[in-house]
Design a protein around this ligand. Structure first.
Ligand code: SAH
Length: 400
């Protein structure tokens, strides 16, 4: 069997149950030549002294050279493990997700499937949308798809393995039907009483920002009678939640015309009064400045930008961009107004994000109270051993 022997001392992170093995930790790889070159082959990982550490998926081309399937010496990596873990993931969602049929069913490492994302839209008549981001889950694609169909009862599975991280694993970008029917361009879902449509084939990521469900509910709960500004609105997630919550008016900004077209379609689907909503196809940075020059102000502002820091080298530039929009946000907020502000950059931790927002408040000469610290919903579980899984962080602030 393929065996990875680590350098002395490099077993520590595995003993803490962190699931990634980097090239610098590897002393030796033993096995047949064809195994050594086979992405996704299951390897036994041992310490320098020969102690069992884990079974892991080998990825010869990746900077994450192996990802742990199991720390349990008695647990084989086989079809039964896959079935068991899909069952567990499903049971956990059934217990924690309410009032939505847009659910993240598998969230990578946190669900024991390193590098796999599965989102489920629209229940049994809907679609399972998969993204295989690592050699390990790629190698087990067929049994994973079979287990997903068997356990959910949903026969339609679509692949969106077009995330650039695939290239770092030496995997090509692929999309297409894995089982059942091809999705149309408007798969209906319903979340907290709001209807949305998801473009599974061409939307961002797997089509919808499921991670913001709880935060959309929070905006809904605070929106009544307020004038709302939603920046980076995509297909209208927060905007429709605000309208459902009784917002007096919602101005939504995004630079993607396609996303705005879906947002408008989603609004019509809910029968909301069009007069309450304005959709602006524009750059947020420029528009916020223009609104400030015009003396505009709002009671509730949402800032949910794209990932400004794609990797640690980009943190400084990203920090300036986050500070810029938050500064403008504070300036456009009325006294007593609420700011919902987010970062989905994994390279920017919650502490740093709070410091950036604090810097923006102080430059805007604003006193702000932190009413809540925010994160992704329960279907994006955080685990104690894998802090990398915690990428979405946010703050709900009230301007004094
Ligand atoms: N809040 C959304 C998700 C936001 S994704 C939701 O809950 O569904 C980020 C969005 O920002 C994308 O739709 C992208 O088109 C948009 N975007 C990126 N850069 C932008 C810019 N400079 N100005 C306006 N929109 C931008």
């Amino acid at each position: 069997m393929l065996t990875i022997t680590l350098k002395p001392g490099k077993e520590k992170s595995l003993l803490r149950r962190h699931p990634w093995i980097f090239p610098a930790s590897v002393a030796r790889v033993d096995g047949k030549p064809e195994e050594k070159h086979k992405p996704g082959a299951t390897a036994l990982v041992q310490s320098a002294s020969g102690q069992f550490l884990a079974r892991a998926a080998w990825s010869p081309k990746s900077q994450i050279r192996a990802r742990v399937w199991s720390f349990n010496e008695n647990e084989a990596v086989d079809h039964a493990l896959i079935k068991r873990r899909v069952k567990q993931a499903l049971a956990y969602r059934a217990a924690t997700v309410r009032d939505s049929d847009a659910v993240r069913l598998i969230f990578g490492e946190a669900d024991g499937f390193p590098g796999l994302v599965v989102d489920w839209y629209g229940g049994r008549q809907g679609w399972l949308v998969c993204q295989f981001q690592s050699a390990g889950v790629e190698a087990w694609k067929v049994p994973i798809v079979q287990a997903l169909i068997a356990e959910t009862g949903c026969p339609n599975v679509y692949e969106r393995s077009d995330a650039p991280v695939r290239e770092r694993e030496g995997l090509p970008l692929v999309t297409g039907v894995l089982a059942g029917a091809e999705p149309g361009d408007a798969t209906p879902v319903s979340e907290n009483g709001v209807r949305y449509t998801v473009d599974i084939k061409t939307g961002h990521k797997t089509g919808f920002y499921i991670d913001q469900r709880d935060n959309r509910a929070l905006v809904m709960a605070h929106a009544a009678g307020r004038e709302v500004l939603n920046c980076f609105c995509y297909t209208g997630g927060f905007s429709l939640a605000a309208l459902k919550g009784g917002a007096a008016a919602v101005l939504s900004i995004d630079s993607s015309g396609e996303a705005l077209a879906i947002a408008r379609r989603n609004m019509a689907l809910n029968g909301f009064d069009e007069a309450r909503a304005e959709w602006r196809d524009a750059d947020v940075f420029k528009t916020l400045r223009a609104l400030r020059e015009q003396g505009s102000s709002f009671d509730l502002i949402v800032l949910d930008p794209p990932k400004f820091a794609a990797s640690p080298e980009h943190v400084e530039r990203a920090a300036r961009a986050y500070k810029d929009i938050n500064l403008l946000g504070f300036q456009l907020l009325r006294a007593g107004g609420l700011l919902f502000t987010y970062s989905c950059s994994g390279a920017i931790g919650a502490d740093l994000f709070q410091k950036i927002v604090a810097g923006a408040a102080s430059d805007a000469r604003v006193d702000a109270r932190i009413l809540r610290r925010l994160s992704a919903g329960a279907d994006h579980p955080m685990t104690t051993s894998f802090p990398e899984g915690e990428y979405l962080k946010g703050l709900l602030l009230c301007k004094a």
